[in-house]
Design a protein around this ligand. Sequence first.
Ligand code: ATP
Ligand code: MG
Length: 395
Amino acid sequence: MTSYVVHYQEIALKGKNRSWFISRLVRNLKEAVSDLDAGGVRAVQGRIEVVVGNADPLVVGERIGRTFGVANYSLAGRAALDFDAIAAAVLTDLGDRTCATFRVSARRADKRFPMPSPQIEREIGGRIRVAKGWKVDLEHPELDIRVEMLSHDAFYYFGKEKGAGGLPTGTSGKVVVLLSGGIDSPVAAARIMKRGCTALFVHFHSYPVLSRASQDKARQLVELLTRYQHRSRLYLVPFAEIQQQALLLMPGPMRVVFYRRMMLRIADRIARARHAQALVTGDSIGQVASQTIENLSVVGAVTTLPLFRPLIGTDKEEITAEANLLGSFPISIIPDQDCCTLFTPRNPLTKARLADVEQAEQGFPVEALVEAAIRDAVVEDIDFPVVGSTSRSRA
Ligand code: ATP
Ligand code: MG
């Protein structure tokens, strides 16, 4: 078994974007294995082949499994386009594996192959049955031997792994994700990234009033998410100055909504500068006081960019399950001090009114605060799989 056969989502392949989509997926797979001693990645007749080469097949499989746009993948062998040769190669790779029932499923990538699939299945299946003495079960086989007939040779493999699904990174534009150190926003990021978007991350922190813990968590979360998109930029934006101003000038119950409006204003500015087309948050209706429909609308009113909230209708329990699958949960639960609870009372407004909040903001140097925060932000570039490639600079 020398290659992975990778299948992509057929649904996205309609129309004239097809070849662009495939070349993007090939490029992303090349990047995913670029630090391994793999043998190459190429599109072959409706699927993609990733040659394992001298790399560890398990690691190659893991990288393919984290590539968006991959529907499924299998470690496969290649054989000449000849029934005896295919059956012999299959038998060699099966080794002394035993099973009670099996089936051969054939597909013709090249429909010019002069024999329909059921007949190919019978021919190859017959040889395997004779050699092994196994029974054929077309409905519930213990072992599914798959054969794909290409123009010049054939792939064969046993079973398949489910891929990450979605669309290849880079096919749907750029978004800015507001990434706290919490459970929700990394899951929101992963959902939107799965749809082919490249994410830029913005994290607001209250250092030096609070510890650096939230920044470390944000960085770890971005490192995790970068395994899916290979290249990320994280903006670490100081927020303490804005909060100190709020302590002086903003009524206590309104502060959380005010913080959120400031966060979105800053994220909006960064998005425009980086040509990102939308903002993303981890909000879910009613989860906490700041996430009532009233408050979400007052917060969202500061930006004219599309504001995506992929978790809006998702329960905490479901989000937690997704965070566990993603691997972000253990990072998210590291204790830190959430900047949003700084200087906020226990009874925040649950039904903010836009006119009231706008009036309270009258006394604020909103523009100057936004500019100062962006000026003092620190930018980190995080790459995968090139180890140690994190770099840090001023925004
Ligand atoms: P999370 O688990 O994502 O922090 P949460 O349930 O704690 O969500 P909130 O703290 O109310 O909810 O935050 C709602 C959303 O606002 C977050 O999902 C995130 O997108 C954004 N947000 C909140 N705090 C920050 C922050 N410090 N930096 C960046 N974005 C933030
Ligand atoms: Mg939070």
